[in-house]
Ligand binder design. Structure first.
Ligand code: HEM
Length: 501
């Protein structure tokens, strides 16, 4: 928002997609005081009045919004080479050392390509994802163990989901099983960054003067970065040292490859140099943030629907029983291989991502050159956003879209070529919780695996019930944090099932 509040170019307004009234600069500063949810309501109203592509003015800078499936496909997939840039990073992001040297904020070009390829081939390649299976089992044991100690009591589950995701992604980042205290420190600093960063946005408006006028805010910003380095640098250095001694992975069975390992050797193509420590911190931080909050949020939404609709829980449980043969599993857990035989479980996960996408928008894109689109002209570097939640809730594509009906993913129209639902939207977009095109979330397969694995085992090990036995007490209202979370976090009573040892 700040990025586009600062006027910086002349634009031919007549050729832009239709917009609401353009308010002079001062008139738009009120947006800074609005919550993200309020702005989303304003955008939804504009969509209803202006159609599937419209312009929203922030001072003298336009942001284009797309809210139709076909236009999202046309922009992100068919014209991906033009629509895959990112807006210039706001000034304060420099404090965080990334200087657009991380995947999500890098401009569309060689640096982005090398960083993204490194993540997808070194960490997210299917064979590498498989190599982390013992890590997932370790984390599952932790979370099931914790929940067992709280069985029969009301449990607020989100904290446990978040802890589990941090354990997992920290292990993938630094190659080590961290203890509870270390995980707590990472969790605290990463969450602090996400929650406090928005409040420091004012510094972006006056990057130089702001250091003097808003001294306290500036100090808070530097402190955030310092805290982050204090926690992450020792972990990165420890891993580099372990590698240097050719000891990599010895402290974890099976010699896993850690994200840090792949980053220390990476060469930046433009600058012809390796990443510095500040950049490695930022890239690891991006990995932790991108993969923990999003997945834990989705897991909470899925479990909330499972508690709210006992018949869905029963179907998931029955499906698991049929696959594992009702037998006592050797270690008490559903295996990753078995997930492939559970279409209903997959449908529940997809339905939750449609109905409750953790992000209601993709990250802002920008166009790398002036482009004619649908009879309009989007200026070079113009910001383009896609309304993800609106696509998943469109009654023209989804029957009774606000109802939670996993069955819709089992019918043939959503099961392209019987290969399952195409979540990438490469041929056709029906929903896009992970985005689409060249900037699609590179972690989508890992996220789906995490969701299926944890949901299957949480239902297999426990029977989930609403706290007071009344399913209407599960409140599905939303609240915008870094992701769109449950306004009233899920609380449930959980009862160990007999077969879980
Ligand atoms: C349920 C879980 C997740 C959801 C809903 C989600 C969603 C998204 C979305 C909507 C985007 C923006 C796409 C765009 O701008 O067009 C994105 C980008 C990204 N995600 Fe995810 N994500 C999830 C999990 C993960 C995981 C597990 C990882 C890493 C292991 C990850 C890493 C990233 C990265 C690095 C980007 C930036 C991609 C780029 O700019 O090229 N995400 N994600």
């Amino acid at each position: 928002l700040i990025n586009i509040l600062v006027p910086h170019r002349k634009i031919n307004e007549n050729k832009l997609p239709p917009s609401g009234p353009k308010v002079p600069l001062i008139g738009n500063l009120w947006l800074l005081r609005k919550s993200f949810s309020d702005i989303e309501l304003i955008l939804r109203d504009l969509k209803n009045k202006k159609g599937p592509i419209f312009t929203f003015w922030f001072s003298s800078n336009p942001a284009i919004f797309i809210s139709s499936h076909s236009l999202a496909h046309k922009a992100l997939v068919q014209n991906g080479s033009v629509f895959s840039n990112r807006p210039k990073a706001p000034p304060i992001s420099k404090v965080f050392g990334s200087n657009q040297h991380n995947i999500s904020s890098a401009s569309y070009g060689p640096t982005w390509r090398i960083l993204r390829r490194n993540l997808t081939s070194e960490i997210l390649h299917p064979s590498r994802i498989k190599s982390y299976s013992s890590a997932r089992k370790w984390v599952l044991e932790i979370i099931v163990g914790r929940l067992k100690t709280m069985s029969h009591e009301p449990v607020k589950v989100m904290d446990h989901f978040q802890y589990a995701m941090f354990c997992l992604l920290a292990l993938m980042s630094f190659g080590d099983k961290l203890d509870e205290n270390q995980i707590k420190k990472i969790e605290d600093i990463q969450r602090n960054m996400l929650l406090k960063f928005g409040g420091l946005n004012l510094l972006n408006l006056f990057p130089k003067l702001g250091k003097i006028i808003f001294r306290k805010k500036w100090k808070a910003l530097l402190q955030l970065r310092q805290d982050q380095e204090d926690v992450l640098v020792p972990l990165i250095e420890a891993r580099i040292e372990a590698k240097r001694r050719n000891n990599e992975g010895k402290n974890f069975e099976g010699n896993i490859v850690a994200y840090v390992d792949s980053l220390v050797d990476l060469q930046l193509p433009d600058e012809k140099r390796k990443l510095n420590m500040g950049e490695i911190v930022s890239i690891c931080s991006e990995f932790l943030n991108a993969g923990t909050d999003t997945t834990a949020t989705a897991l909470q939404w899925i479990m909330a629907n499972i508690v709210k609709f006992p018949e869905i829980q029963e179907k998931v449980y029955k499906e698991i029983s049929q696959v594992v043969g009702g037998a006592q599993l050797e270690d008490g857990f559903v295996s990753e291989e078995d997930l492939q035989k559970m279409p209903y479980l997959k449908a529940v996960v997809l339905e939750a991502l449609r109905r409750h996408p953790p992000g209601h928008f993709v990250l802002p894109h920008s166009v790398s050159e002036e482009v004619e689109f649908e009879g309009y002209v989007i200026p070079k570097n113009g910001t383009v956003n896609v309304m993800v939640a609106e696509l998943g809730w469109d009654p023209n594509v989804w029957e009774k879209p606000m109802e939670f009906k996993p069955e819709r993913f089992l019918n043939s129209s959503n099961n392209l070529d019987h290969e399952g639902f195409d979540i990438t939207g490469s041929r056709e977009i029906k929903m896009m919780p992970f985005g689409a095109g060249r900037r699609i979330c590179p972690g989508f397969s890992l996220a789906l695996l995490h969701l299926e694995y944890f949901v299957a085992n949480l239902v297999w090990c426990f029977k989930w019930e609403p706290v007071d036995g009344d399913t209407s007490s599960v409140d599905l209202s939303e609240k915008q944090e870094f992701t769109v979370v449950m306004k009233n976090p899920l609380q449930a009573r959980i009862f160990p099932r007999v077969q879980s040892a």
